[in-house]
Design a protein around this ligand. Structure first.
Ligand code: GLC
Ligand code: CA
Length: 514
């Protein structure tokens, strides 16, 4: 387990939209380098950068055309190597995004694979034996290739699935996992990883990590075996490299697959979604809404067993948002976000802050861009100042990668840096607290003290610290043990105190007691 993860706080950067230094309307590596001090000032000491590799961009770069070459729109490979170096000098680790399940349909491997003559890459993707033989049970494409067969997709039409084999092959075109050509796919992906790790990258966020082996069983034993094998390579050759999976099944991803971390993703109706985004059924009952109609048990009942089952082996990680998810500002105002972030940044595991959430950037209703569809509105340019294009780029407004939020009340870094009560200032305070108090970090103990269905506050313990939060506009209280009665507040948003055998919290408050 890389030791640096214990006190890591990640900042997710969608490179298109972070900072443009050459005026072409799109973010670049030099822009990230220029803003490293800003990232550091937040209290973030690690980055995850969305795919920045050569791509036709039919899925915003998740359709990789060359795993070892960056997309020219962001700069050159040397610029990225320089970014690794500059980040390291400031104590910041950098994860790239590994897309192992599929490539772009323009990847040279695929161009070879679709040829009629058999070659080294014929089995790099999953093909049936004839153009009129369907790949039953899969998304597939036929009729576009020289080769007489159809090929299996992993996501969009532009993303043919790489072939890691089938757990239990059922048809003659399905290769077993131990077929040399399936092993070759896995080894090719390790080669990509070594390439970036050797150039200074610190690990990977892994896209659709559960998708590799087809016809896998419920326990994903095929896909987990591939990842275990990758972990063995990392342990032997790059023991400080970190891996986080887009999987949201920590018992599988961490305990079986050997990932160091797994994301708790926003899946409709799951525990995490009840915290910030419980509005899909109409009425919004998110726990962090100030009307207090939420229920922390809906989160805890799912989270706790997963946390307990995996805490010895890795970290189940909470996020403010990501590039696939509606920004939390969509339904929560800054006063609600402060309490929500207080929670997210004081829980176990490694927290992830999505760029712009620290100032409460809004979700915009936009036309789709590069396969974004409903996700596009969470991918708009970072709002740095109140100058032209919010300080993101000097290009003409109509040349921007995506429109900047310039509507009334749009937040900016400059405005919030000047305001000690801003959301940005609160984020900095919370992250400073997390770095100062070891008990608040990734593997500090966590215990629920008071969490009754439909009731407030929520009280929890991290090591020797007692924490309590009240997202609602009512005053609330809860009993505390005699041993906690002497504890004093040393960090607060709003107000709270222990009086006798009770903890009392003012509206929209969060307290940490020692
Ligand atoms: C993951 C990415 C998403 C992408 C998809 C296909 O879910 O987060 O943005 O479209 O995989 O690669
Ligand atoms: Ca640029």
């Amino acid at each position: 387990m890389p030791k640096w993860l214990k006190d890591a706080v990640f900042y997710e950067i969608y490179p298109q939209s972070f900072y443009d230094t050459n005026g072409d309307g799109i973010g670049d590596f030099n822009g990230i380098i220029e803003k490293l001090d800003y990232i550091k000032s937040l209290g973030c000491n690690a980055l995850w950068i969305n795919p920045c590799f050569d791509s036709p961009f039919h899925d915003a770069g998740y359709d990789v055309r060359d795993y070892k070459k960056v997309a020219p729109r962001y700069g050159t490979n040397s610029d990225l190597y320089r970014l690794f170096g500059e980040a390291h000098r400031k104590g910041i680790h950098v994860l790239l995004d590994l897309v192992p399940g599929h490539t772009s349909e323009e990847h040279p491997w695929f161009l070879e694979s679709q040829k009629a003559e058999k070659n080294e890459y014929s089995n790099r993707y999953i093909w049936t034996n004839a153009a009129f033989q369907p790949a039953k049970g899969f998304l597939y494409i036929g009729g576009e290739t020289e080769r007489d067969g159809v090929y299996v997709l992993n996501f969009f039409k532009c993303q043919p699935a790489l072939n890691y084999g089938f757990l239990n092959p059922e048809e003659d075109w399905q290769l077993p996992m131990d077929h040399p050509d399936c092993i070759a796919t896995r080894e090719a992906m390790k080669d990509v990883m070594r390439f970036w790790l050797d150039h200074g990258c610190d690990g990977f966020r892994v896209d659709m990590a559960a998708s590799l082996v087809k016809n896998d069983d419920e326990k994903k034993s095929g896909t987990s075996a591939v990842w275990k094998n990758v972990r063995e390579m990392l342990d032997a050759e790059y023991p400080e490299a970190a891996m986080i999976s887009e999987w949201n099944e920590p018992e599988l991803a961490i305990n079986q697959g050997g990932f160091h971390m797994d994301f708790y993703l926003n899946w409709s109706g799951n525990g995490y979604s009840t915290l910030l985004r419980d509005y899909e059924m109409g009425e919004d009952r998110s726990f962090f809404k100030k009307d207090g109609s939420g229920d922390i048990r809906r989160f805890l009942d799912e989270y706790l067993p997963r946390y307990e089952a995996t805490r010895e082996n890795g970290y189940y990680c909470l996020i403010t948002c990501n590039h696939d998810t509606k920004r939390p500002k969509y339904n929560l105002d800054d006063s609600e976000l402060k309490i929500a972030y207080a929670f997210l940044f004081t829980m176990p595991g490694v927290p992830f802050l999505y760029y712009g959430d620290e100032i409460g950037m809004r979700y915009l209703e936009l036309k789709t861009k590069e396969g974004g569809y409903g996700r596009t509105g969470s991918r708009t340019p970072m709002q740095w100042t109140n100058e032209k294009n919010a300080g993101f780029s000097t290009c003409p407004a109509d040349a921007l990668y995506l429109p900047v939020d310039t509507t009334e009340g749009a937040p900016s870094v400059a405005a919030q840096e000047a305001d000690e009560n801003s959301l940005l200032s609160t984020v900095k305070d919370l992250l400073r607290l997390r770095h100062e108090e070891e008990d608040l970090q990734a593997d500090g103990d966590f215990e629920v003290v008071y969490a009754e269905s439909g009731m407030l506050p929520f009280v929890y313990r991290r090591g020797s610290l007692l924490l309590a939060l009240n997202p609602s506009t009512e005053r609330v209280s809860a009993p505390v043990a005699a041993a906690d009665a002497e504890k004093k507040v040393f960090y607060a948003i709003g107000n709270g105190e222990v009086k006798g055998q009770e903890i009392l919290l003012a509206p929209q408050s969060f307290v940490v007691l020692k």
